[in-house]
Ligand binder design. Sequence first.
Ligand SMILES: NC(=O)c1ccc[n+]([C@@H]2O[C@H](COP(=O)([O-])OP(=O)(O)OC[C@H]3O[C@@H](n4cnc5c(N)ncnc54)[C@H](OP(=O)(O)O)[C@@H]3O)[C@@H](O)[C@H]2O)c1
Length: 231
Amino acid sequence: MNDGPVAGRRVLIAGATSASGAAVARALTSAGASVVAVGTRPDALEALRTSVPGVTTHTCDLADPGAVSALADEVRAASGSVDGLVHLVGGWRGGGSIVGQSDEDWAFLERGFRTLRNTTRAFHDDLVASPAGRLAIVSSTAVASPTAGAADYAAAKAAADAWVRAVAQGFRKDAPRAAAAIVVVGGLAGLEDRLGDEVVRLWAAAPADVNGVRIPLVPSGAGTPEPRMKP
Ligand SMILES: NC(=O)c1ccc[n+]([C@@H]2O[C@H](COP(=O)([O-])OP(=O)(O)OC[C@H]3O[C@@H](n4cnc5c(N)ncnc54)[C@H](OP(=O)(O)O)[C@@H]3O)[C@@H](O)[C@H]2O)c1
């Protein structure tokens, strides 16, 4: 039986059907958590259920605030309130120059940010009420080193980063048992399992040690990672 710090916790993964979503779901279930996985494609969620047995799935367009509010009610009714929210909706758009940043690309990226805003608002009170509430997102090194060709992408990821640090400030003030953390990566390919491990570790850490912290995720052998940055 698994009796580590995340065992018995319920964690919702928002945008769970990518390789990183499957890795995080696998790491959490292996550590004894129950995972609620959300995406828009029923077939991809079914594939996730096959590859990570035990995961519960819900179909929802997380960019739609009404649908997210209904999802939160549905999850609480079916399983109970959640202890963790791991937000993985992303996607890259870019290329060209500042003038060449397209409105279509910005609409796509802003929609991704909206899924974070909607899910954190809908599940915020669950995280505050939990004895060990945790929120995690994956941000990009592009926030600290933006390029003209990917200005829209960097701006959208910076908005997500700021939003999560704002959630962390609220937790620091009103919910000292909760923490909101930002994992920062250049590219995720090959680092999915390490991401899963970092997410699980959030429950082993004291909330004050990870709340508002930016956690660098670098490939092994890439040298000493930059230190974790506290707000
Ligand atoms: N990949 C990288 O190299 C990299 C680098 C830096 C940061 N990141 C960040 O890391 C995180 C994970 O990235 P990733 O590349 O693994 O994932 P991704 O390809 O961006 O995955 C998107 C996930 O979100 C779901 N999704 C998209 N729109 C949705 C919506 N409106 N409602 C509900 N679910 C939705 C997708 O499932 P459906 O298609 O079924 O909806 C899929 O499961 C993202 O935040 C990304 O920005 C990634």
